[in-house]
Design a protein around this ligand. Sequence first.
Ligand code: SAM
Length: 244
Amino acid sequence: MQNLPRIYLTENLAVGKTFPLPPDRGHYLSRVMRTDKFLAFGNGEEFLAELKQETNKKTIHYSLLVVQLTGRPDPSGNMTLAFAPIKQARLEEMLNMATQLGVAALQPVITDRTDARNINWERIRKITTEAAEQSGRNSIPEIRPPVKFGEFVADAKNLVFADERFAHEKINVGANNYRAPTKSQILVGGSLPLQATIFIGPEGGFSSAEFAALDAAKAVGISLGKTILRAETAAAVAIALVTK
Ligand code: SAM
């Protein structure tokens, strides 16, 4: 079943049930992939399914029959990626990678230096769905509504943030009285609570007030090395570090 195309469906899939399939998905399976067998997934489960088609007055109506539960466990994790929205194309890249890396939820946070308006969330939903189909997940990440920084930090549990102060070598040297986390807090190769939220700052970085609030909330800052990474690179590296 490894090479079968995978399609995400919002319906409650169950063996023996038949569902209508949107024309673009039916067309993709029958004309592009040239198959009537595929994998349908959603809600953490994956099923073997068959494509059915009927032509009525020259219009093809596609449907699917759910044949069998594959029993393959959902490889996605429990992690939330919190991020300050950046420009559309780069945000798409960030959330595509986060989905491939198994993030369960995506939380936009409006920070002091967030400078991206008019995000096309519908397009992002399409891109993350395609990333889930391609990467073998049995679920798509939940996209949460944007929240303001203050609200987010007040409510967050097990908050870990990518802390660019490490790259500026401000560790223990005064700026905002910043003190380095202890070794056990730097988590590179360490373990985190399964439900961790990883927070990535905007293109302009976190403001001094935000660093102070993160420190006061005892959020754990992690280093991603001595170079300054773009936010989308930082997200992929941080997720990989924390999940390994
Ligand atoms: N303009 C900011 C500066 O010069 O400090 C850099 C912001 S960076 C483009 C965007 C975000 O990526 C940061 O807020 C931080 O969360 C993360 N980041 C980038 N490089 C990092 C590093 N070396 N260590 C930890 N976090 C990093």
